[in-house]
Design a protein around this ligand. Sequence first.
Ligand SMILES: CC(C)(COP(=O)(O)OP(=O)(O)OC[C@H]1O[C@@H](n2cnc3c(N)ncnc32)[C@H](O)[C@@H]1OP(=O)(O)O)[C@@H](O)C(=O)NCCC(=O)NCCS
Length: 179
Amino acid sequence: MKRAATVADAVAMAEVHVASWRAAYKGILPDNLLDGLSIESRRQMWRSCMEEKKCRCFVWLIDGEVAAFAAIGPARDDDLRDSNALELYAIHFRPGWCGLGLGTIFWQEIEKEIEGNTVVLWVLEQNARARRFYGKNGFTLEEDKKKLFAWQGMGFPEVRYRKRVQRAVATSAGRQLFR
Ligand SMILES: CC(C)(COP(=O)(O)OP(=O)(O)OC[C@H]1O[C@@H](n2cnc3c(N)ncnc32)[C@H](O)[C@@H]1OP(=O)(O)O)[C@@H](O)C(=O)NCCC(=O)NCCS
């Protein structure tokens, strides 16, 4: 089941985040980058993001344990700065819970929170599973939006996807959630 995350979840989110990067990005990002990931720095990142209300986070619980998390906030790209667009900053399942269809269920629950809004996300070009997931869930690749995830002088291509989440009921969500 999904529920809103609180700062008390930050450590579990950080654990999921690091485990997910190590599993999903092996062979895409360098081993020494993945080996050097720090749960503590991710914990601080998610904690301050929530405390400062820069993002809204959600967790997916299985048997009471955090099996996944997602984070959403205002879109950060220059071309969207004056819009109401949102950005999916992260969505990660613990490696053992990937590929079971749970991501789609989690995302459908998150969509209920952001009905009527445009949402974008950046994904590593080589992250084929995630790209398939976004395509299946109605995101469209923006052909002209590419950037590099930079690390130690290297660059790893990322591509942007976009979706207008259908509105089931009237809502005034969007950036107002973060003001
Ligand atoms: C990306 C991610 C969130 C997607 O979640 P997921 O649960 O793996 O994705 P899906 O919901 O699409 O399910 C995947 C597979 O489960 C299969 N499946 C198995 N049982 C199923 C069921 N009962 N119902 C639906 N699908 C089921 C689907 O067929 C699907 O396979 P397909 O992609 O070949 O069609 C997850 O894989 C993940 O955390 N990956 C690592 C982190 C990552 O890359 N994050 C994105 C960063 S931008």
